[in-house]
Design a protein around this ligand. Structure first.
Ligand code: FAD
Length: 557
């Protein structure tokens, strides 16, 4: 049987940083990833990574901006730790070979990002994620790490109160495989494909969250879903906040710069929840363009700046929307972008299960609270990926040998083989798109009890039909259909948790905007939502928010 001290599931920035830390601590480390590491969604990140470096900025301002951005739901002890680590972790990435953009004096260039009191977003043109991912992947070559590439995590084995190993599906050979591990780190990234209008890659189906949840780990704050204000019309491809950071402005059908009304001080650079609600309101009140979008104008920045700082944005706009941002506005509207919630962890990446750790977008520490600031997520992958790797390595050093059995393997394999054996039933992609349209329609930016109720009932119906899922494609090597069936089950689990949390939370905070409860309610709701798996549906409970120095105030931008 395969056995490693530490198995890291996911090879994005969080997974690779965790693997590096665990290997540097001397453990035998393996990475399991359903994609080639360089195809991880981290590589799609455009705008940049935050760190308060340089004399004019301060770590305290970064902490304050993040606390305020979180609408006071972020844990302040975790945020303090996170912002203090930022400078050294970014400089380390620079030493690993990341080619960051530079100012005229050779120092790291920084741009303004939404909700930030200072331009502190360090970037590599508008390809920051790819630059970071390539650098860490090269650096990982300095350690001996086994990589199981194109293997999907299917099940976590938890026995005797601790994680013992995993079962994975080898896409190439079409076989189920088991790996015993003294410690496991889940770094499987985003779950944006719970929605169809999303900036996330098709692979972002929240697998690790759903699998950990089913194995008994808690999910935290899942009702907080970030919608990015500027996704390209039709395709949903992200137009980075860096475009507004460089001076881009939003306009409605009347040519008005409407953000002056919603955020008089910082306008287009208010935090994402604020700008997304503003766009939605403009469209709902008839001031959007036919087809429900607004314009993002960059023309006034000039060809030179647009083409050097926002190269990818130019390519995306030209190729996917047929507009040239040098001469024309870009048609945009909000799209799902990020899950503030995830597997509940502390600063060390520890979950509610011994031996199980999590980091990156799959995890919820929580530093983003009810709304994440742009540039804080790339940073989170590295800061907490490293911490999870260190903690997992420590645990593995003294943990007893893990035990997994042949029964574990067959228990994970049986339901999948049963879906393959079905002669008729529901096609995974059909079910997936129904789940997505429920979420797009009824669990969007503004939420009301009637729509949430409809979503809940529709998901219950889809849950019943999910027992009819059938894998049509019988090829043993690279059965795309098999992967889709697994992923569809994951997004169904997560959709239920999001809706349950959103129904229960009778206030508006950050990205969760209830039209029937438009105000933040600190007396009753300054608390994290915890969801535990029960066969009959998610069981919710609540946990306190950690405070250090910042008393809740009204959030004005
Ligand atoms: C278009 C876009 C632009 C963004 N821009 C920025 C930005 O400028 N700044 C910023 O701070 N943040 C940005 N973000 C957010 C940020 O990029 C992500 O939150 C972060 O990169 C996630 O990293 P990760 O390591 O957690 O996950 P990922 O990089 O997505 O990696 C997940 C890994 O898990 C693996 N995996 C998934 N499921 C399984 C499974 N079942 N079995 C095995 N392996 C599995 C995948 O193969 C992959 O290797 C952006 C996000 C998007 C979508």
């Amino acid at each position: 049987m395969r056995r490693h001290d530490v198995v890291v599931v996911g090879a994005g920035l969080a997974g690779q940083r965790a693997a590096l830390a665990a290997a540097q601590a001397g453990r035998d480390v393996a990475i399991v990833s359903k994609l080639h590491p360089l195809r991880s969604h981290s590589g799609a990140a455009q705008g940049g990574i935050n760190a308060a470096v340089g004399a004019e900025d301060s770590v305290d301002t970064h902490i304050y901006d993040t606390v305020k951005g979180s609408d006071y739901l972020g844990d302040q002890d975790a945020i303090e730790f996170f912002c203090r680590e930022a400078g050294s972790i970014v400089v380390e990435m620079e030493h690993f070979g990341t080619i960051f953009s530079r100012g005229a004096d050779g120092s790291l260039a920084r741009r303004a990002f939404g909700g930030a009191g200072f331009p502190r977003t360090i970037y590599a043109a508008d390809r920051t994620g790819l630059a970071l991912l390539q650098a860490i992947y090269e650096h990982l070559g300095t350690e001996t790490i086994t990589v199981y590439e194109e293997w999907d995590l299917v099940q976590l084995i938890v026995r005797d109160g601790r994680a013992q190993g995993i079962v994975a599906f080898d896409r190439k050979h079409g076989t189920f495989e088991e790996i015993a591990a003294r410690a496991i780190v889940i770094a499987t990234g985003p779950a944006g494909r719970v929605y169809s209008r999303t900036t996330n890659a098709h692979s972002c189906t929240g697998d690790g969250l759903a699998i950990a949840y089913r194995a008994g780990a808690w999910l935290k704050d899942m009702e907080f879903v970030q919608f990015h204000p500027t996704a390209l019309l039709e395709s949903g491809i992200l137009i980075t906040e860096g475009a507004r950071g460089e001076g881009g402005i939003l306009k409605n059908v009347n040519g008005d710069r409407f953000m002056t009304k919603y955020a008089p001080h910082v306008m287009d650079l208010a935090s994402r929840d604020v700008v997304s609600r503003a766009i939605t309101t403009e469209i709902a009140e008839g001031r959007g363009f036919p087809g429900e979008y607004v314009h993002l104008e960059l023309m006034h920045l000039g060809k030179e700046k647009i083409e050097s700082r926002l190269q990818e944005i130019c390519d995306f706009s030209r190729n996917f929307a047929g507009v040239d941002p040098v001469n024309e506005p870009i048609p945009v509207r909000p799209g799902q972008h990020y899950m503030m919630g995830g597997i509940s962890t502390n600063i060390r990446g520890e979950t509610s299960i011994a031996g199980l750790y999590s980091a990156g977008e799959a995890a919820c520490v929580s530093i983003h609270g009810a709304n994440r600031l742009g540039g804080n997520s790339l940073l989170e992958t590295l800061v907490f990926g490293k911490q999870a790797g260190i903690a997992a390595a420590e645990y593995a050093l003294t943990a007893a040998l893990p035990s997994i059995t042949a029964d574990d393997l067959s228990a994970a394999e049986r339901p999948v083989r049963a879906m393959q054996a079905k002669k008729d039933g529901v096609e995974p992609l059909a079910l997936r798109s129904e789940i997505q349209s429920v979420m797009d329609r009824w669990v969007g930016i503004y939420r009301n009890p009637a729509d949430l109720g409809k979503a809940w009932d529709a998901l219950a119906d889809l849950r019943r039909r999910s027992s009819e899922l059938r894998i049509i494609d019988q090829t043993s090597s690279y059965s795309v259909n098999l992967g889709e069936a697994l992923e569809t089950q994951h997004i169904l689990d997560l959709a239920e948790v999001i809706v349950a949390g959103a129904i229960a939370r009778t206030e508006s905070r950050g990205a969760h905007a209830r039209v029937d409860f438009p105000k933040r309610d600190d007396a009753n709701w300054m608390k994290h939502t915890i969801a535990a798996f029960r066969p009959e549906g998610p069981q919710l409970s609540y946990a306190p928010v950690a405070y250090t120095r910042w008393d809740p105030k009204e959030r004005v931008y």
